[in-house]
Design a protein around this ligand. Structure first.
Ligand code: GAP
Length: 465
């Protein structure tokens, strides 16, 4: 099974320390979230899997970490200043503010039986464009109105990659095809954020730009779509909760030749099956738009430079054919937060114990589990058991994330570890003091086996994969 709805995960996440509402003690900040001790471990594990898979295990991708605040001109030529906006409407009746293209996803506050805009009293203004970039000012002397000091928080990590294309090419001596990967925070002043960490104004992206020849782009695009479905599957996300969506011509961003979204079943509780799905990540063929638009050379029909501000030409010289051109780019763009939500929802399951009590088990892939092993003494008032359990914890810790816990009876301790997805518990009992063996308990099957301390670490390593 997987979680019946996002609310189930919201409450588990708060109760167990994955995700908390941000600035909660001051009433929160609508749709901002903080990651707790387990959430930060899970997010780091997802990011490390992505980074290792793309940057370390392959031979054709480099990583970078570009600045969040860039020269404003970058956002002029990328098109974000003029086109990165959502259609906004106000309702004169309820005073609500909505995205015109998402009215069907919001309930009318005056008449919750219908979508926003459909209630009998709804009175919407005509839609107007609202730019999603967060504005800030740079420098000690600037005022909020000072246009020359205006800067933006990046709304995507991708542009930091494009403007570094020549730097990476020259320093790494790459040949096409090759990619540049980046993980980092992005910011969008979303009109209607919501659904927990699904849509927030501050979020984290894992983006990779794979540069190639125009003629190879359609084939490579399809290969990356298949690879990313495989990647989510390898993290334990079940195939029945994943599907592909081919963006229609009228939905494509102006620079994209094709874009396919990987959807996850984020809303399984909705009666209409088509409304159960939403975007987990997008994989676009961005053509040569970005490298061209940031380059100093391209000219219009009258010979006028299209970008008079750039000092660099981001073209590529092919030694074999002696041709110079702007590479195409395939972009798999994923959100860390949406991936984390999908992984938590997919891992959620319930099981009834022999006393008829319902238990939550988070069947996280062992590679992603925030804690790999919990070492538990059977009785906390027996110093020899406590000492032995703490010493096992210390021995395992360098090679796998291990915790020690003695804050409850053994049944309660097992239940707590099941609920946070810890794949294995190691229990130290009175026998252990005599035979040097411990009980190894499996999270999913609840099966227990006796195992000698001399082989414990090896055995756990093998099982964790
Ligand atoms: N560079 C391309 C790009 O940014 P996008 O589809 O706008 O494409 C990529 O964003 C991914 O980033 C999305 O599929 C989603 O996972 C994540 N994302 C975008 N906006 C988000 C938001 N407001 N909150 C959480 N995640 C978001």
């Amino acid at each position: 099974m997987s979680a019946p709805n996002i609310e189930t995960i919201v409450s588990l996440a708060k109760r167990r320390g994955f995700v908390y509402p941000a600035s909660e003690i001051y009433g929160g900040l609508g749709s901002a979230w903080d990651y707790g001790p387990l959430g930060v471990e899970l997010a780091n594990n997802i990011k490390n899997k992505w980074w290792n898979w793309l940057v370390h295990e392959r031979d054709d991708i480099e990583g970078i970490d570009s600045a969040i605040i860039q020269n404003r001109l970058l956002w002029k030529y990328s098109g974000h200043e003029t086109t990165f906006s959502d259609p906004l409407v106000d309702c004169r009746a309820c005073k609500g503010r909505y995205r015109f293209d998402k009215l069907q996803d919001v309930k009318c506050p005056l008449d919750p039986s219908v979508c926003a805009g459909s209630g009998k009293d709804c009175d919407l203004t005509p839609p107007r464009d609202f730019n999603l970039m967060f504005r800030t000012t740079i420098g000690a002397v600037s005022t909020d109105e000072d246009e020359s000091a205006l800067a933006y928080l990046r709304p995507e990590t991708a542009q930091g990659i494009f403007v570094n294309f020549a730097n990476v090419l020259n320093t790494s001596r790459r040949k096409l095809p090759f990619g540049i990967a980046q993980i980092g925070k992005s910011f969008r002043n979303e009109v209607t954020p919501g659904n927990f960490i699904f849509r927030t104004r501050e979020f984290e992206q894992m983006e990779m730009e794979y540069f190639c020849r125009a003629e190879d782009a359609p084939r490579l695009h399809q290969e990356w779509i298949d690879s990313f479905v495989g990647w989510f599957r390898s993290l334990g996300v079940s195939v029945k909760n994943l599907k592909l969506y081919e963006q229609q011509k009228n939905e494509l961003a102006h620079y994209a030749a094709r874009c396919v979204d990987i959807l996850y079943r984020f809303f399984p509780e909705r009666d209409d099956e088509t409304k159960q799905w939403d975007e987990l990540m997008g994989i676009a063929n961005r053509t040569d738009f970005d490298l061209k638009t940031h380059s100093k050379k391209p000219e219009d029909a009258e010979g006028k430079r299209l970008n008079p501000d750039s000092t660099e030409d981001l073209s590529y010289f092919d030694e074999a054919t002696k041709q110079r051109f702007y590479p195409y780019c395939i972009e798999p763009a994923a959100g860390v937060n949406r991936a984390l939500l999908a992984i938590l929802m997919d891992a959620y399951s319930e099981k009834t114990n022999d006393k008829g009590e319902m238990r939550v088990i988070l069947k996280l892939s062992p590679q992603l589990a925030p804690i790999k092993v919990a070492v538990l003494p059977l009785a906390k008032n027996k110093p020899e058991l406590v000492e032995m359990a703490k010493s096992i914890k210390r021995d395992l810790q360098p090679s796998m994330r291990t915790v020690y816990d003695d804050t409850g009876g053994i049944g309660k301790l097992y239940a707590r570890q099941d609920e946070i997805g810890t794949p294995f518990c190691v229990t130290v009992d009175h026998e252990s003091l005599v035979d040097g063996a411990v009980t190894l308990r499996d999270r999913d099957s609840w099966a227990q086996e006796r195992i000698n301390l001399s082989v414990l670490e090896d055995s756990l390593q093998k099982r964790l994969g």
